[in-house]
Design a protein around this ligand. Structure first.
Ligand code: SAM
Ligand code: CA
Length: 253
């Protein structure tokens, strides 16, 4: 009996990667041939990964299960990806982090749980109704004092932080809101984080649509443009992880 059942977003992202393997999109990297060796939807391997890596705080798990039942539950970041971010936040001893796109606050709570008591998550969203779902659990976990929720367009919050002299004071940023603004979010976050800080950018594969972005798909166009830009950006080092719907880690030099 598995400890965790594969959550929706992991399954969606992994299913996409499964398709990528099956269609040879990732050929050249020892492409597995049999379905047993691909990490697809409901894959036993994906279940195995979660069973052997996920250590989820009980209140975080409660919020994940609550969010999974929401009609837009698929927007929640995957639990394995959230755990990676928590590990990075801990590793770099982050004190100040920014989250662009909070939704119900699963990852907000995830990061707040590993920040020191005087740490802060500046949590940006335009929809307070979503955040209201997670807020009681932030409190139950005893970390609500570390979360500064700002309900307004994230660009405005980032500009306010820059205007108030907070450039180069953040350690970590997670970009996961409207994809059309990703390039602006990246540029502003890069100014806000310190050297040695990390920016994690979600959905950089956009369900595979970055391979051939349609002219009328502004989100796919923007993400693809950002992926191209990051490859050549001398201000950072990068890694792309095929986790969930793809996540880029940009390390500020
Ligand atoms: N990071 C969240 C998590 O871990 O569960 C998921 C975020 S969800 C994919 C995207 C969120 O971005 C939504 O809650 C949406 O309201 C928010 N959003 C959309 N446009 C925005 C904007 N211009 N400024 C701030 N937030 C925005
Ligand atoms: Ca996302």
């Amino acid at each position: 009996m598995p400890l965790f059942s594969v959550p929706k977003e992991v399954a969606v992202g992994a299913a996409m990667l499964g398709v990528a393997f099956a269609t040879g999109m990732l050929a050249g990297f020892g492409t597995p041939k049999s379905s047993k060796s691909t990490i697809g939807k409901n894959s036993p391997l994906l279940q195995y990964i979660l069973d052997h890596s996920l250590r989820e705080h009980p209140i975080l798990k409660k919020l994940r299960l609550l969010t999974a039942d929401h009609p837009h539950g698929k927007m929640m970041v995957s639990c394995d990806q959230a755990q990676l971010m928590a590990n990075l936040v801990k590793l770099i001893k982050a004190k100040k982090v920014i989250e662009i796109g909070v939704f119900t606050g699963y990852n907000t709570l995830n990061m707040a749980l590993v920040l020191p008591d005087n740490g802060k998550v500046i949590a940006c969203d335009i929809n307070e109704d979503y955040a209201k779902i997670g807020k009681p659990l932030w409190k139950e976990a005893g970390v609500d004092h570390k979360i500064d929720l700002r309900i307004k367009p994230a660009i405005q919050t980032l500009d306010e932080l820059l205007a108030s002299g907070e450039a180069e004071t953040f350690d970590f940023a997670f970009i996961d809101a409207d994809k059309e603004s990703y390039i602006e979010y990246y540029e502003k976050c890069l100014r806000l984080i310190k050297k040695g800080g990390i920016i994690a950018i979600d959905n950089i594969l956009w369900g595979g649509r970055v391979l051939k972005p349609r002219k009328d798909d502004l989100a796919a166009q923007t993400i693809h443009q950002l992926n191209e830009k990051l490859l050549r950006d001398a201000r950072i080092n990068i890694s792309i992880l095929p986790m969930g719907d793809g996540v880029t880690l940009a390390f500020k030099l």
